[in-house]
Design a protein around this ligand. Structure first.
Ligand code: 2M8
Length: 429
C-alpha cells in the first residue's frame, strides 16, 4: 500500500511539473521548447507539445497548431522555426534568415511533418467534438498544401522518398548519419558569427564548430535564392533521404487520408494513395539486411549512410516496415538495450562515434521513445515497448529535460523542456 501511494504521488508530481512547464513556456498561443535556449516556436516541437496541451486544455492545443500554420509560406512550406516575437538568446535569428533591414518571420527550411498526426490524434481524443471538427476543417487544406509541397519541392523526380536539404530539417542536427554528406559541404566565406547555444549549455553537449560552419553556409546559399523551393533541391550541396522525415511523412499521410475521409474530401484520396503507394515501393531500398536496420541515404552520391541511429527504428512508427523487417529491427533494438542502462540511445551504443552526452549522437529523447514505442506496439512487440516505457518514466522522474544519458540516466541539455513534458502528459500518464 505504501508502495502504491508512493508511486501515485510520484506520478502526480510528474504530471503537475509537466503542466507547469507547458504553462510557463506558453507565449500566448504557442509554446517555446525551452526558455533561453529555444525562444521561438519550433515546428515539430509544437506538434508534439499540442498533444500534451490536449490533456489540460483542448482549445489551447488547437491554438498551438493554428499559430504554427499562421506562418505557412505561399508555396505550402511550414517553417522549422516561427519568429513570433524578437529574442536575443538564439542564433541564427530572423535577421540572419532575412536581413537586418528585413528580418524574416520564419525560417526558409522545414522539419519532420508531425502536424497531421497531431490533428488526427487531437480529433480522436477530443471531448469537444464540435470545436475539433471546426479546427480539422480549418487545418486540413493547410496540411494538404504542406504535404503537396513535400511532394513537388522535395521529390521532383518522383522517387517516392523526399529530400532533406539541411541537418536542421531532420530535427536530429548532428546525427552521425550526416557526417559523411556534411564532409562534401564546402565552408563558404560566411560572415563571422557568435553561437548563442553555448551560453546556455556546455559545448561538449552541442554540435561542433565544423558542423555549425556548414549549417550556416547552407543557410546563406539558400537565402541567396530567396529560398525558392524550385531551386533548392538542385543547388543544395547537402541532400539526403532522412529516415525520420520520410517515416513521419508516411505516417502523416496516413493521418491526412483519415482526415480527408472524416471531412468527406474524397476527391483527394487518389492523390494521397498515390503518395503512400510510391513511398511503400521505395522504402525497402533504405533497408540494410546485414545490419538489420534502416539507413538514411545520401542522394548526391546514391550511397546508404553507414550510421545506425534511432531514426532507423522509425519505420515502425510509420507502419511501413514489413513484418520480417520489424522482427529484425526488434532484435537490433534488444541488442542496443543490452549495452546501455536506459533506452533508447539515439546512436548505436556499440559504434565508435557513440557519445553518451552529445546531443543526437547518443542521448535519449523522450519524443523518439514515444514514436518507437508506438511502432513496437503496432507490430505486437509489447514487452519491448513496456521496457522502453518504464525506462522513459524513470528518466523523467529525475527531471523534465531535453534529453538523457543512456549510460546512467542523467538529464542533460535544456531544462523544463516542453516536448518532454508533453510526452509525460500525453503518453506516460
Ligand atoms: C534542436 O534543433 C535546433 C535547430 O532547429 C538547435 O539545436 O538549435 C533539435 O533537437 C530539433 O529537433 C528541435 O526541434 C529543436 C528545438 O527543441 O532543437
Amino acid at each position: 500500500d505504501e508502495c502504491q501511494s508512493y508511486a501515485y504521488k510520484k506520478l502526480q508530481t510528474l504530471l503537475s511539473d509537466s503542466r507547469e512547464i507547458l504553462i510557463d513556456n506558453d507565449q500566448g498561443g504557442y509554446t517555446i521548447p525551452a526558455k533561453g535556449l529555444y525562444p521561438y516556436q519550433w515546428n515539430w516541437d509544437s506538434a508534439l507539445v499540442a498533444m500534451g496541451w490536449a490533456t489540460l486544455d483542448e482549445a489551447r492545443a488547437w491554438e498551438e497548431m493554428t499559430k504554427l500554420f499562421s506562418a505557412q509560406w505561399d508555396d505550402g512550406m511550414v517553417s522549422h522555426i516561427v519568429f513570433h516575437k524578437p529574442s536575443t538568446t538564439y542564433f541564427p535569428g530572423p535577421e540572419i534568415w532575412g536581413s537586418v533591414e528585413k528580418p524574416r518571420k520564419s525560417t526558409g527550411i522545414t522539419q519532420p511533418p508531425v502536424a497531421a498526426i497531431t490533428v488526427r490524434n487531437l480529433f480522436e481524443q477530443a471531448v469537444n467534438k464540435e470545436l475539433a471538427l471546426t479546427k480539422v476543417r480549418e487545418l486540413f487544406p493547410k496540411l494538404l498544401s504542406w504535404h503537396r509541397w513535400f511532394k513537388t519541392a522535395r521529390d521532383p523526380e518522383n522517387t517516392g522518398l523526399v529530400a532533406t536539404l539541411h541537418p536542421w530539417e531532420s530535427g536530429m542536427d548532428n546525427s552521425p548519419a550526416w557526417d559523411e554528406p556534411l564532409r562534401n559541404v564546402p565552408v563558404d566565406d560566411i560572415p563571422p558569427y557568435v553561437r548563442a547555444d553555448l551560453t546556455h549549455v556546455n559545448s561538449s553537449m552541442r554540435p561542433s564548430q565544423a558542423e555549425y560552419d556548414r549549417f550556416l553556409t547552407l543557410v546563406y546559399r539558400f537565402r541567396a535564392v530567396d529560398y525558392d523551393c524550385n531551386q533548392l533541391y538542385y543547388l543544395s550541396p547537402f541532400r539526403v533521404t532522412d529516415l525520420c522525415t520520410n517515416s513521419v511523412l508516411y505516417r502523416a499521410n496516413l493521418s491526412l487520408r483519415w482526415l480527408a475521409e472524416l471531412l468527406g474530401e474524397l476527391d483527394v484520396l487518389p492523390e494521397i494513395d498515390g503518395w503512400l503507394e510510391s513511398t511503400r515501393a521505395a522504402f525497402s531500398s533504405l533497408y540494410d539486411p546485414e545490419a538489420k536496420m534502416f539507413k538514411s541515404k545520401d542522394q548526391l552520391t546514391g550511397k546508404l549512410l553507414n550510421a545506425s541511429t534511432s531514426a532507423g527504428f522509425l519505420p515502425l512508427f510509420a507502419r511501413i516496415a514489413t513484418p520480417t523487417q520489424a522482427q529484425e529491427l526488434a532484435g537490433t533494438l534488444e541488442r542496443w538495450l543490452s549495452c546501455v542502462k536506459y533506452g533508447i540511445p539515439s546512436n548505436d551504443p556499440e559504434s565508435a562515434d557513440f557519445e553518451a552526452l552529445r546531443y543526437w549522437r547518443g542521448p535519449i529523447w523522450a519524443i523518439v521513445n514515444w514514436m518507437i514505442t508506438d511502432g513496437l506496439r503496432a507490430y505486437g512487440f509489447d514487452s519491448l515497448a513496456q521496457r522502453v516505457e518504464s525506462d522513459t518514466y524513470e528518466l523523467l522522474g529525475s527531471g523534465i529535460y531535453e534529453y538523457y544519458d543512456p549510460t546512467d540516466g542523467k538529464p542533460a541539455g535544456g531544462g523544463s523542456f516542453s516536448w518532454t513534458a508533453a510526452m509525460c502528459l500525453a503518453w506516460l500518464s
